[in-house]
Design a protein around this ligand. Structure first.
Ligand code: PAF
Length: 290
């Protein structure tokens, strides 16, 4: 829905200050409207827009945040290189019908006087896969999402399955802290050649872009092989797909979809996850085994 103010429909509101956002949302909360929230780091693509469309359908008021969160980057060069396209993002958000855009500075999100660190036990969810290769990453993700939820008081939080491990971490945080927000995980959107949509794709060279769909081919191969082969052989078949290209694999894991621990035997449910470098760009992807 579009925000109504004194009987006129107004366009998307942009807030940069937490105090102004909170004051505005206070009115929304007293009128019992459901707030849907899509946190992003900008460089919006069709995957983000699909999350927003779902949020708009499922909520009375939809908030999108654009904040490149420094605490979740373990490499300063990665933070520096993260794509930033604010003008285009704002245009796309207005077009899709987002109600509120929150675009704070680092000082607004992490004021020195406010404790924002999240100290909970993630039961190992943060130690495998991404957690192994990006130490501290999920502490940063949990910290920023918790802070943004505190500020937006969202009833529903929309996140993409592409960051599967992230959705498990945030789901665990919501449960552990008994936060009154429902997590809604939306399916991964892919290009027609199978490449999962990601803000990082724009950094791929033409050659990198040409071979990037092999990541999805690899995941599909593992999934197909798992129907008839032991896990080790299925993973080996996936690795062979990537080995034929200049792709540097970081991990390819068949894991339990809830605990994220590597599984040894073929089970009914599993998630197959990978991370790989293509031409200096790190991409992740996953598929679920039904
Ligand atoms: O998935 C992302 O873009 C980020 O990790 C998130 C959830 C916006 C937190 O900064």
């Amino acid at each position: 829905m579009r925000l109504s103010h004194k009987n006129t429909t107004i366009d998307m509101l942009l807030f940069k200050k937490t105090a102004a956002l909170q004051a505005y949302l206070q009115q929304i909360k007293t009128s019992h409207q459901q707030i849907g929230f899509v946190p992003t780091m900008g460089a919006l693509h069709k995957g983000h827009l699909a999350l927003l469309k779902t949020a708009i359908q499922d909520s009375d008021i939809t908030i999108c945040s654009i904040f490149v969160n420094p605490t979740q980057f373990n490499e300063p060069s990665d933070l520096e290189a993260y794509p930033r396209t604010p003008g285009k993002d704002i245009e796309q958000l207005e077009k899709v019908g987002c109600d509120i855009l929150f675009m704070p500075t680092v000082e607004e999100v992490y004021p020195p006087e406010t404790k924002t660190q999240v100290s909970i036990n993630f039961q190992g969810l943060d130690e495998v896969m991404e957690g192994k290769f990006r130490p501290g990453h999920f502490q940063g993700v949990a910290q920023v999402v918790k802070r943004l939820l505190d500020l937006t008081k969202a009833d529903k939080l929309f996140m993409g399955q592409k960051d599967y491990q992230q959705t498990c971490i945030i789901g665990h945080m919501l449960d552990t802290l008994a936060l009154p927000t429902q997590l809604i995980v939306c399916p991964t959107l892919r290009e027609t050649d199978g490449l999962a949509l990601s803000s990082r794709n724009v950094r791929l060279s033409p050659n990198g872009r040409a071979i990037a769909p092999q990541l999805y081919q690899c995941l599909k191969t593992v999934k197909e092989h798992l129907a008839t082969h032991p896990i080790e052989e299925a993973v080996q078949a996936g690795k062979e797909i990537l080995a034929a290209h200049p792709i540097e694999l970081e991990y390819l894991e068949v894991a339990h979809p809830k605990t994220l621990q590597a599984i040894q035997d073929r089970e009914q449910q599993a998630v197959i996850c990978l991370a790989a470098w293509i031409d200096g760009v790190r991409l992740i992807d996953n598929v679920l085994l039904d």
